[in-house]
Design a protein around this ligand. Structure first.
Ligand code: ZN
Ligand code: ZN
Length: 702
């Protein structure tokens, strides 16, 4: 390598490094380099007293001002070994930073594997030497099972469209086979192409990995998720970036992987809230996947396929408008029967019943025949709504089509939409009942009671019935989830109790009964998306039952979904009984349209954290007052600041403010300008004690 002559040493280079938004630094920092560096090149640069990883960004060749020119320092090291990250990747990152209101550097650097930050040029070289390309000969790929007519039709249409595709397929309709075939077809056309396949949760990756590893040559499939060791993650990321891996499987972080030959993106369970990041840059991996596909590839288009049995209303609406192409696969492969809905009206149960006697009996009967049951606990972080079980009263906001949230700290009921606040009533305002309680109370007792109530039940061999629990608490130890699942598959367990973790993906063969026992907290949560999530959860859980048609026929059993509820007349259940998602979606969309809520409007939530609730709210209130005249302001509604549903965490007070508009560009322009306002308010006497604030664009809970 020849050194540049000293007479002409310096090229102006703009670099992104990790700086929080509003550090006072611009989106890029200027440095001097000994030779011109292509955008996307990784470099190590001085920042204050440290040396950090940075990335050369698209910028003019000249310093923007003499002041900046004078301040600039030289690039310390260029990581030449690694090809620059390509233009589409940079466009994706720049878009994500802009849209989700984060700094460019934070977005770009957070998208890289953490270990990359630590490596110098020599260490990186050693890592790269170990890697070798895996040849994929499309002709050698095995054929896989014969396709159902629905699967074949979906694949045919997929090939003919350039729109984003929404694959609306019932649970068990064989969506995964469609994904496999779509990837296979793509590799047959272009053996150099790459595919990205995303799933919402880590515990779903092993089974998907197994399906792909069966079909494609060893080494052509890599995964990207937070369960990998730093070294594995770097290795897999490099395989993708170098174009060695053909297929990347991963969770939401994988959408930001560098895939220079990307031609197909699959987002499985596209409705799943796990695709929305809940910290740092709060991006939606599903939405970024659609944007990434829209950017295309060097030698042709990039296709995006969103799959779900219960699509998000956003995607459903996009398909209705013709922006997405909807493909439908209503049949279960193998003719598995759809579970029959059995509603248990809790109004007609003995007082203080947690588990209905008929349900217990049904589970005992099944265990005696060697069949399994699954009990679903609905425990997503729904904000509590107060209810009276005697007359059906619920804490509603008088101004909004929303329920007010019970705040335990100061015993108030608050609307998270408009801010309306009242004291918690002593008794039910309608009937005077003193026993008004937050919905969903009593879940803790369910497991305890279940074991007791099943104490006399017997398995076919006369031994006692076995109950196992799967949730975040019981599966923290490494391998414990796998071993519990294995017990279930092996028939060691008769009744499996768990949260939404057990509702997804698992192919249990002997389950003939699925029960949802604390359903109502999802039905009347303060969050307007709660019914959508509940429907999806129940349908997904129901899909765990009756998967083995031959087993069901042999047993002569009926496959059932039991739902305990105080509100059996709710229209959600009528749609659920017919597993009719389209009707449910229509109901929800017309309610959303009437209330001008997403997808008919766009939202952002500003959350502030402070030592006191007053300071957190003051920051938001002052920022709202100072927002007149900002771009887009007249097309926006700013609601009053309210405490968050979980108001205090580790002695930090939290408040939020909802910003709404029917114009996405207006909302975007406003937020970008408003950040400066928010920043300028720190340091005022009223906002003393403010720790941080953050903007959540397209929030999933309000
Ligand atoms: Zn009442
Ligand atoms: Zn309200």
């Amino acid at each position: 390598m020849t050194e540049e002559p000293l007479a002409n040493p310096h090229f102006w280079t703009e670099v992104v490094v990790t700086t929080p938004a509003h550090s006072g630094l611009g989106p890029t920092l200027g440095y001097w380099s000994e030779r011109p560096l292509a955008p996307g090149t990784l470099v190590r640069v001085p920042l204050g007293t440290r040396e950090v990883l940075g990335m050369v960004w698209d910028a003019p060749a000249e310093p923007p001002s003499p002041e900046l020119e004078a301040l600039a320092r030289p690039v310390q090291q260029v990581l030449h070994e690694l090809a620059p990250l390509d233009q589409r990747w940079r466009q994706l990152v720049a878009f994500a930073a802009r849209y989700y209101q984060r700094s460019l550097g934070e977005m770009a650097l957070a998208a890289l594997p953490p270990q990359l930050r630590e490596l110098n040029s020599e260490q990186l070289q050693r890592r790269l030497k170990k890697r070798k390309a895996v040849e994929t000969h499309a002709t050698a790929l095995p054929q896989g099972p014969a396709l159902s007519p629905e699967q074949a039709e979906a694949l045919g249409k997929l090939e003919q469209t350039s729109k984003p595709v929404l694959l609306f397929g019932a649970t068990g309709s064989g969506k995964t086979e469609v994904y496999l075939r779509a990837v296979q077809d793509m590799l047959a056309r272009d053996p150099q192409a790459q595919a990205l396949v995303m799933v919402p949760e880590i515990n779903l990756t092993p089974q998907l990995e197994a399906r792909f590893a069966e079909r494609f040559p060893a080494g052509s499939v890599v995964s990207l998720h937070s369960g990998l060791t730093p070294a594995q993650r770097l290795g897999n990321w490099l395989s993708a970036h170098l174009g060695q891996a053909r297929i990347v499987l991963g969770t939401r972080m994988a959408v930001l992987a560098s895939l220079p030959r990307l031609r197909l993106i699959v987002v499985d369970e596209e409705h799943d809230p796990s695709y929305k990041s809940q910290e740092g840059a709060r991006y939606s991996a599903r939405d970024l996947a659609v944007y990434r596909a829209h950017l295309g590839a060097d030698d042709g288009p990039c296709q995006v396929l969103l799959g779900s049995a219960t699509p998000s209303l956003e995607s459903w609406y996009a398909a209705q408008q013709g922006r997405y192409l909807r493909l439908t696969m209503p049949q279960r492969v193998g003719g598995g029967a759809w579970p029959r809905l059995r509603l248990v009206d809790m109004n007609h149960q003995p007082k203080h019943t947690v588990l209905a006697p008929a349900l217990i009996q049904a589970m005992a009967d099944r265990a005696a025949r060697g069949e399994q049951s699954m009990v679903l606990l609905n425990r997503r972080g729904y904000a509590p709504v107060l209810a009276c079980h005697d007359c059906g009263w619920k804490s509603n906001c008088p101004h909004c089509s929303a329920h007010t949230v019970f705040h335990k700290i100061d015993r108030t009921l608050r609307c998270h939409h408009c801010g309306h606040t009242t004291r918690v009533p002593r008794a039910c305002p309608e009937c005077g009942n003193l026993d008004i309680t937050p919905m969903g109370r009593g879940t803790e007792q369910i497991e305890e009671q279940l074991a007791g109530l099943l104490a006399d039940a017997r398995r076919p061999d006369g031994s006692p019935v076995r109950v196992a629990r799967i949730d975040a608490d019981t599966t923290r130890a490494k391998g414990s989830l796998e071993s519990r699942l294995a017990d279930m598959h092996a028939g060691e367990v008769d009744v499996l109790v768990g949260t939404q973790m057990i509702a997804k993906g698992h192919d249990f063969r002997r389950i003939t009964l699925v029960a949802s026992v604390n359903t109502d907290s999802g039905l009347f949560a303060s969050d307007y998306r709660a019914p959508e999530r509940l429907f999806s959860l129940l349908l997904q859980a129901a899909g765990r039952a009756g998967r083995d048609a031959a087993f069901v026929a042999e047993q002569g059993s009926s496959v059932e979904l039991w739902v305990q509820t105080w509100y059996p007349q709710h229209p959600l259940f009528a749609a659920l009984a017919k597993h009719d998602y389209p009707t449910f979606a229509e109901q929800q969309l017309s309610e959303r349209e009437a209330a001008q809520m997403p997808p008919y409007a766009y939202q952002a939530l500003v959350r502030a954290e402070a030592r006191t609730q007053e300071a957190a709210q003051a920051l938001l209130t002052l920022a709202a007052q100072a927002s007149d005249g900002l771009p887009g302001r007249e097309q926006l509604t700013l609601y009053p600041a309210v405490p968050m549903a979980i108001q205090r965490v580790a002695n930090v007070e939290r408040a939020q403010m909802l910003v709404e508009s029917t114009s996405r560009p207006a909302l975007q322009a406003f937020l970008a300008a408003w950040q400066d306002t928010l920043h300028s308010l720190r340091g005022l006497p009223e906002t003393r004690g403010v720790i941080r604030w953050a903007i959540d664009v397209d929030p999933l809970t309000i």
